[in-house]
Design a protein around this ligand. Structure first.
Ligand SMILES: [Zn+2]
Ligand SMILES: [Zn+2]
Length: 154
């Protein structure tokens, strides 16, 4: 990945700075869906320093180079994940704690392909986002309970 990045930067005559490398490294090594703040926090943990603008610019550059994917999960900020080597997957987003989990389902793939074909549509890429509450933390479970009781009384 780093090799690809280095090559792409050279081609565009952009400098391969230490900061860019550190930011890319953090994202490439992570299996999470990181916000710019997450990346900045991880940088600080490594004792690296980069301004917020540098983090944003570098993440945008990685997306532009096709090395990362940008997601908007309606949280008011973007999240990023590495593109290369990442299998196609869909996302579940907890609106309580912000945890993003991933899933794959061949049946869902088949249905979406079928729907596209029915509409004479050639699908290039797709994204399924499920919003709700996870069961990881106590407050998430409380929220789940609350949603369920609202649903059962209506
Ligand atoms: Zn949660
Ligand atoms: Zn993902």
């Amino acid at each position: 990945m780093m090799q690809v990045l280095r090559g792409e930067l050279r081609e565009r005559e952009l400098p391969f700075t230490h900061q860019r490398e550190a930011i890319a490294q953090i994202l490439f090594e992570s299996t999470r869906h990181m916000s710019a703040d997450d990346v900045a926090a991880a940088l600080r943990q490594r004792g690296e320093h980069a301004g917020k603008a540098t983090v944003y610019r570098t993440l945008a550059l990685l997306v532009e180079l096709g090395l990362a994917t940008e997601h908007d999960f309606d949280e008011g900020f973007k999240r990023y994940e590495t593109q290369v080597g990442a299998a196609q997957h869909d996302h579940m987003i907890c609106t309580e704690c912000g945890q993003v989990s991933t899933f794959t389902n061949p049946e869902l793939d088949r249905i979406l392909a079928e729907v596209a074909a029915e509409h004479g549509f050639e699908a290039i890429t797709r994204q399924v986002k499920v919003f709700g509450t996870c069961s990881e933390t106590a407050s998430c479970r409380d929220a789940q309970q609350a949603y369920r009781s609202v649903r059962s009384t209506s």
